[in-house]
Write a protein that binds this ligand. Sequence first.
Ligand code: AMP
Ligand code: TRP
Length: 343
Amino acid sequence: MTDAPTPEPTYEKLVFSGMQPTNTLHLGNYLGALKNWIRLQEQMPCIYCVVDMHAITVWQDPVELRRATREVAAAYMAAGVDPKRSILFNQSQVFAHAELAWIFNCVARLGWLNRMTQFKEKAGKNRENSSVGLYVYPNLMAADILAYKATHVPVGEDQKQHLELARDIAQKFNVDFGAPGFFPQPEPVITGPGTRVMSLRDGSRKMSKSDESEYSRINLTDDADTILQKIRKARTDPEPLPSDAKGLEGRPEAENLLNIYAGLADTTAEQVLSEYAGAQFSTFKNALADLAVAKLTPIAGEMQRLLAHPDEIDALLKRGAERAAERARPIMADVRRLVGFVG
Ligand code: AMP
Ligand code: TRP
């Protein structure tokens, strides 16, 4: 008789994701992450967090941090996060994140963190002068997810490496503390044509909040005129649009605009090409600008409306935090017991 394999533990499906309240959200955040968040609400319970503790890994002006936290919460809701259905809160209000992050600081290995490319990019030449928080940032991200035993994490492509680290931490914790299957292996959800939206000025760089050029990105708060200007000025090449995806090879700017169109229209780049094959970029940019204005300006309008009542946003975040803390409580009690803490 052979031993039956140990059955895989089953976990309740749960989504967790977050964004940092640093500057205004942009089209990359929307197409890479937020759009999937909205869709996932139809499929499983979701927890969406404004990760203010991640934000302070680089200097944030306190007044600006408070404003940006409310703005990001408003952006989530304006894009379609339903705070009744999903749990929406800011990270610093739920202490489990900081507590579990400390335990994970003691589980993760220096060698693992040394491989993180985002730290290398963000710290750059200034490594010695970076905060320690920036270095252990991925451990806090693992804690965000695992404090709820979340199973699905919708993010853009750039977060893949951090998710892999979270999986390694979960596994090492389970082994070290003799608790097989205690933490799940969270799955990245990286789907759609917008998983890596590039700068409008340089097709080899990611669209980013920290790019100095405003023309490199479309912000979720941009008005119709600004969107139009930015798309008109977006870098392209002199060739017309090709008839298939192969014709985009070596044309990163063209590929980026196509993916943006496909993301906004909820279709594929191939489908867009079948419509615009042979078109000049001047024509295509007009169509893209119309589409972007139609999709994004209602979000900006709704954000304005919500931000007119900051007290309501604060009350909502507080309620969300209470619900989140409630979910984390039994998991953290188990963690403390497993680690050997008294009390
Ligand atoms: P951050 O702005 O770094 O807090 O990122 C918030 C979310 O947006 C994460 O899931 C990122 O992966 C995603 N994201 C950020 N920039 C981009 C981009 N240029 N393209 C696609 N997704 C992005
Ligand atoms: N590190 C992510 C980013 O910069 C934000 C983040 C923090 C996050 N905690 C998370 C994303 C947990 C998903 C799950 O974009």
